[in-house]
Write a protein that binds this ligand. Structure first.
Ligand code: PA5
Length: 446
């Protein structure tokens, strides 16, 4: 098991009895997920994604990734939310945050269409000047404003540069049949990949949504799927609560929530995992935060953020608990060299591995924070291997679905995301009666 639940720093916050009491509701919640009895069960397709490694679609992804690697210096991935975070998390998890500078034999990858920033667009246009480019535009609905705006701009750039040849460099991941993006792809002859109907954006990293850009970064997608399949095999079948760490994680966060810990801070000590934290925040935030319920997901990258948010966590409002992703093997070894004189006062660290110091910082912080009344869930993670990434993804997705049902919400919808979009369209003058009515209403508040 590449990821393991540790309760070392939960003692004093969650008792054995409380865990025992959660056993039956947590197992019931798992059953609800697996039997499709719960709300939102039309979106359970993510449960099957790990087993799809032999699908022709996966072979097509590998083939397209090979062509992209051969014909371009830069891959632009256009998407937002669930249509981008998983792929970026995987690239940084496995290849590191400096992937673009350190890669060998694979294209630079820039993620755009994830905001409405003129700066992002213009800087990316500068970055791709004089380079050969491919695009993977990803939008399940095909109508999301941010990626649609970015795609207009970069498609125009591609058509100016490559003429009709642009079509061979644009790869679209969208709905099987519907949506503007699908219509445009059919008209222009873009190669398309399918976002399955029964997989929501934030659960889609193991579908073509995540796998095509991940494969373009030279990451072994078979290993990712193998890791996920092994997590699926174990966590959906292991009925012994004490051995099912996925259920224990879901149960622990639910117990803490009911004790008033309404915010969960995802902690990592490796910059390579910081985007994994962003992916995790979206997964849990959109899945649980509804009906005036839910744990607010937030994140920090230590030890960097110990010098900013550490103060609040230690000493501020007592609403937080932490979930630490404790990485055992960062993939690098480097020792602290001899300093010569004792000027910096660090001679006692001579010859020690930096990672050992990092893990000591983790233990020291966990002890300090728990003493300050902040419970720590620890999830020990073996390595940054693609297999472990897949395993971790499935672990968090399943725990999220179980947590949603424990909380009594539908973990698979996101009704709250629509409100700002409608207001924005109304304020931008989108025609239609629905928007006229919103405009009238908003005028009163402006
Ligand atoms: O998880 C979700 O459903 C959302 O974050 C979507 O992924 C995001 O809004 C993008 O949607 P789409 O893929 O339809 O452009």
């Amino acid at each position: 098991m590449p990821i393991r639940f540790k309760d070392t720093y939960l003692k004093g916050f969650v008792t054995g009895k409380e865990f025992e009491a959660m056993e039956s509701p947590t197992r019931d919640a798992l059953e609800t997920v697996l039997t499709g009895r719960g709300e939102g069960s039309e979106f359970l397709g993510w449960l099957d994604l790990p087993k799809k490694s032999a699908d022709p679609e996966i072979a097509r992804i590998k083939e397209a990734a090979k062509r992209i690697k051969e014909q371009c210096d830069v891959l632009l991935v256009i998407g937002i939310g669930g249509s981008y975070l998983g792929a970026r998390a995987a690239v940084e998890f496995v290849k590191g945050q400096n992937y673009n500078a350190l890669r060998k034999g694979t294209p630079e990858i820039y993620f755009v269409g994830r905001d409405l920033s003129a700066t992002s667009v213009c800087e990316t246009l500068n970055l791709i000047e004089g380079k050969d480019v491919c695009i993977n535009v990803i939008s399940k609905s095909g109508t999301t404003t941010e990626p649609a705006v970015a795609f207009r701009i970069f498609r125009e750039w591609m058509e100016k540069k490559y003429g009709e040849g642009a079509s061979e460099r644009i790869f679209v991941t969208t709905d099987k049949q519907k949506g503007k993006l699908k219509e445009l792809s059919d008209e222009k002859g873009y190669e398309t990949f399918v976002v399955p109907d029964d997989v929501g954006g934030r659960f889609s990293v193991l579908s073509p949504v995540g796998l095509l850009p991940i494969a373009c970064a030279g990451i072994d997608i078979d290993r990712i799927l193998k890791g996920a399949a092994s997590a699926e095999e174990y966590f959906t079948k292991e009925k012994d609560f004490s051995k099912n760490d996925c259920l224990r994680y879901a149960a622990a966060r639910n117990i803490l929530y009911r004790k008033g810990k309404t915010a969960e801070t995802f902690v990592c000590y490796e910059p390579a995992l910081c985007i994994t934290a962003e992916w995790w925040k979206q997964l849990y935030g959109e899945s649980e935060g509804k009906d005036k319920k839910g744990i607010f997901p937030t994140s920090v990258c230590f030890t960097t953020d110990l010098h900013s948010l550490g103060q609040f966590i230690q000493d501020g409002s007592p609403i937080l608990f932490e979930t630490v992703l404790d990485l055992l093997d960062p993939g690098y070894e480097i020792k602290i060299p001899k300093g010569g004189s004792e000027n910096d006062g660090l001679n006692f660290l001579e010859g020690r591995e930096i990672h050992e110091v990092n893990r000591t910082a983790f233990r020291a912080t966990a002890l300090a924070h728990t003493a300050g009344g902040v419970p720590n869930i620890v999830l020990e993670l073996d390595s940054r291997d693609a297999y472990d990434f897949g395993y971790m993804v499935f672990f968090f997705e399943l725990a999220c679905a179980v947590s949603g049902y424990l909380l009594g919400v539908n973990p698979f919808n996101q009704p709250g995301v629509e409100a700002y979009k409608k207001n924005m369209f109304a304020l931008l003058g989108k025609p239609g009666k629905e928007f006229d009515a919103i405009r009238e209403n908003l005028k009163r508040n402006l």
